[in-house]
Design a protein around this ligand. Structure first.
Ligand code: ADP
Length: 443
């Protein structure tokens, strides 16, 4: 079975238990080996010290002319620890002395031998001790560790499994809740655990994303509803005009009037559909469109000239203040032109006869400012924040007559966003509007 396919909880426990077991086994081995080494070296050292002491003792006794060395060996043997066994051999290997204490098998002993050159001839002393108590301690510790390690690992693994289950429980709850959220209940939110950890951040992030999704979906739904609503009116007018004209035979002039009405409505409908299409594409466009170098001064000049007849017809003075040098920005000329036409067209639409419009282009440091200022009816304070919304009209009955659907400024805003620019509506105490666009100069 692949470990990656297991639930996180099991995986965590398996890893944790494996690491813990390895660590404990290594530690136990280390402790056990160290203890064994210490105990055995201690025994061996004691034995060797005893043998050295025995040699010195024999030399001293010999120098003091002790009559019976065997007797002295026995004396020394009495001062030795109970468990030490002393055997002394002569040069031919015959046993000279033995304290007769050996009560264990040969394989359970530690020994040391020492050749001692006495004046009466060399002897060999052999000292032995049982390793039984050391072996017992070592084996006891071994058993203890061998039993304790698995028990400890099992308890720790159980605890780890329980803990990770507890820690991951909120993830299950979040998953369950997230499953129930769909387009129909996008306003629902995940329950945020007050744990100040990754899970809290995760749910907060999810909730933020849900809020953004909800806003986007609401915007799209409203846009679709508004678009259908706006399209219904011209279609109804066209149908009524045609039905009316067809109901009975009529003089040619009446047919003509009906057809003209149909034509007008179709044109306005075409405009609306084009605007909708532009906004829909702008929403769907993921990349910034390929930018070209646009000479803004010429572009503004052209738009002013194009719309001059329109303002002249309404007896509005149109002033265009342009800098002497050329100004280049990176963007799409067609879009920038469209944005300026929208602003200027609005200014003309909402400025009564005898008014004035001023278009000014300036640049400072690395930014260009384009201002469209009019002396028209202005926009009331409470509507200022909403004029860039789709289908918003300050006074729907009034602007409908001039053909506006409330999409112009939304389109201008969409264009601005694609150009890393900003647009703002500034207040003008004397009445009228000032729209100010700020664009980055091309490098
Ligand atoms: P419309 O196509 O209706 O003009 P816009 O999105 O261009 O739509 O503008 C939204 C609303 O903002 C307009 O209906 C109008 O009431 C108001 N508005 C825009 N520009 C001006 C202006 N220069 N002066 C006064 N009101 C304006």
């Amino acid at each position: 079975m692949n470990l990656r396919e297991l639930p996180v909880r099991t995986r965590l426990t398996v890893w944790y238990t494996a690491v813990l077991s390895l660590g404990l086994i290594a530690f136990s081995l280390f402790v056990w080996l160290t203890l064994r080494h210490l105990l055995y070296t201690d025994l061996q050292t004691a034995l060797e010290n005893q043998a050295r002491g025995f040699e010195e003792y024999l030399h001293i006794e010999e120098r003091g002319h002790a009559p019976n060395l065997i007797h002295e060996m026995d004396e020394f043997s009495k001062s030795m620890p109970q468990e030490h066994v002393l055997t002394v051999f002569d040069a031919s290997g015959r046993v000279l002395y033995n304290n007769g204490r050996r009560r264990w098998k040969h394989k359970h002993e530690l020994t040391t031998t020492r050749s001692i050159a006495l004046e009466r001839g060399p002897v060999r002393a052999e000292l032995a001790v049982s390793d039984q108590s050391a072996a017992h301690a070592v084996s006891l510790l071994g058993w203890l560790l061998a039993l304790a390690v698995p028990v400890f690992v099992m308890v720790a693994a159980g605890g780890g499994y329980w803990l990770s289950g507890k820690a991951l429980a909120p993830v299950d709850r979040i998953t369950e809740r997230a499953r129930t959220i769909g387009v129909r209940n996008l306003s629902a939110r995940l329950e945020v655990p007050a744990t100040r950890d990754e899970l809290q951040r995760l749910t907060e992030t999810w909730n933020g994303m849900l809020a953004r999704l909800e806003a986007a979906v609401t915007r799209i739904s409203r846009f679709t509803a508004d678009a259908s609503h706006e399209l219904r009116t011209p279609v109804a007018i066209i149908r009524l005009a045609a039905e009316n004209a067809l109901r009975k035979p009529r003089p040619e002039a009446e047919y003509r009037a009906a057809l003209e009405k149909i034509q007008r409505e179709s044109e306005s409908m075409t405009q609306l559909i084009e605007d909708l299409l532009f906004l829909a594409r702008a929403d769907a466009e993921e990349d910034v469109p390929t930018l070209e170098l646009v000479e803004l001064r010429t572009l503004v000049d052209n738009v002013c000239s194009d719309l001059a007849p329109l303002s002249a017809a309404k007896e509005i003075r149109l002033e265009c203040a342009l800098p002497p040098a050329s100004i280049r920005v990176a963007g799409r000329a067609a879009d920038l032109r469209r944005m300026l036409v929208i602003l200027l067209d609005n200014a003309i639409k909402y400025t009564p006869a005898g008014g004035a419009i001023r278009v000014a282009l300036e640049h400072e440091n690395d930014r260009v400012t384009l201002r469209v200022e009019d002396s028209g009816i202005g926009i009331p304070e409470e509507a200022r924040s909403r004029v860039f919304q789709r289908f918003f009209r300050v006074d729907s009955s009034r602007s409908k007559d001039s053909g506006g659907f409330g999409l112009g400024l939304a389109i201008a805003q969409a264009i601005i966003e694609r150009h890393n620019a900003s647009i703002e509506l500034q207040s003008k105490p004397a009445g009228g509007c000032v729209f100010q666009v700020s664009l980055p100069l091309a490098a």
